[in-house]
Design a protein around this ligand. Structure first.
Ligand SMILES: [Fe+2]
Ligand SMILES: [Fe+2]
Length: 251
C-alpha cells in the first residue's frame, strides 16, 4: 500500500514550498505528513518505536534465560516484536524519514539499565514489570493515540501491532497473577523505581508527539488505564494500585 498523500509534490494551488503553511494539517484534520516539522518529529518518534520493539525482543529473549520453562513462549513473543520493528521501519521509509536511532537509544537508557541490572540479579518480577507491564502499557497507549492521526500506511500497521501488544501485556499479567503471593514486595519496589522513568519518558517525547497531534494528557490517561487494568487483573487491591500509581507523581 502506498501513501495516498502527495508527500513531496507541490500541489496546484501552492506552487512552491510555503514554510508558513506547514503543519497546519490537511483538510480532514490530519497532520501534514509531508511537512518538515512533521518529518523532524517523526524521525525521533519513529526511532523510539523501532528501538522499543528491538529492546522488547531482546528483553523477552533475556526473560527466557530466567524462565527456561517459558523460553519457547517468550521466544514467540520476541519474534512478534521483530515483526513490529520491521513494520515501523517501513512506516518511516514510507514517509521518507530517517529514524534518529542514537536519540532513541538514549531515550530508553534508564529503563534498559534497570532491566539489565534486574536481569543480572535474576529478578524475574522486576524484569516482567519493566517489559511486560510498563513498556507494553506505554506502547499500547502510544499506539492507541497514534492510530487516529497516523498516515494510512502506518495506521494499518499500528492496528495490527497493538493487538499483539495486548497479548504481551496479558502474558506478564498472568505470570504475575499466578505468583501474586510471593511477588508483592519486589513488584512494589520495582514499580517505585521504574514508573517515574515512564513519566519522564512521556515528558521528554511530549513536544514531538504534539506535532503528530498526539496529546500528552491523552497518552498519560491511556497509559494509566492499561497499567491500572493490568494491576487489577494481577490481583492488587484498589488501595495498592492507587499507591503504586502515585509513584509516578513522587519519583
Ligand atoms: Fe511490539
Ligand atoms: Fe510487545
Amino acid at each position: 500500500m502506498t501513501c495516498p498523500y502527495p508527500l513531496d509534490m507541490p500541489s496546484l494551488d501552492t506552487p512552491s514550498p510555503v514554510p508558513a503553511a506547514e503543519n497546519q494539517g490537511l483538510p480532514d484534520g490530519l497532520p501534514d505528513f509531508g511537512s518538515s516539522s512533521y518529518k523532524s518529529a517523526y524521525s525521533r518518534i519513529n526511532a523510539i518505536v523501532i528501538e522499543g520493539e528491538q529492546e522488547a525482543h531482546d528483553n523477552y529473549i533475556a526473560l527466557g534465560t530466567l524462565l527456561p520453562n517459558e523460553a519457547e513462549e517468550l521466544g514467540r513473543l520476541a519474534r512478534m516484536e521483530l515483526k513490529h520493528k520491521k513494520g515501523f521501519t517501513a512506516c518511516g521509509a514510507n514517509l521518507g524519514v530517517e529514524a534518529d536511532m542514537p536519540f532513541a537509544r538514549d531515550f530508553f537508557a534508564p529503563l534498559r539499565n534497570n532491566f539489565q541490572k534486574a536481569l543480572s540479579e535474576g529478578k524475574v518480577v522486576t524484569c516482567l514489570l519493566i517489559q511486560a507491564i510498563l513498556i507494553e502499557a506505554f506502547a499500547i497507549s502510544a499506539y492507541h493515540i497514534y492510530i487516529p492521526v497516523a498516515d494510512p500506511f502506518a495506521r494499518k500497521i499500528t492496528e495490527g501491532v497493538v493487538k499483539d501488544e495486548y497479548l504481551h501485556l496479558n502474558y506478564g499479567q498472568e505470570w504475575l497473577k499466578a505468583n501474586l503471593d510471593t511477588i508483592r514486595e519486589e513488584f512494589e519496589q520495582a514499580n517505585r523505581d521504574n514508573l517515574p522513568l515512564v513519566r519522564r519518558m512521556l515528558d521528554q517525547v511530549a513536544g514531538d508527539a504534539a506535532v503528530l497531534q498526539m496529546e500528552k494528557e491523552d497518552l498519560m490517561a491511556d497509559f494509566l488505564t492499561s497499567y491500572q487494568e493490568a494491576l487489577t487483573e494481577i490481583g492488587f487491591t484498589p488501595r495498592e494500585i492507587a499507591r503504586m500509581a502515585a509513584s509516578a507523581l513522587v519519583g
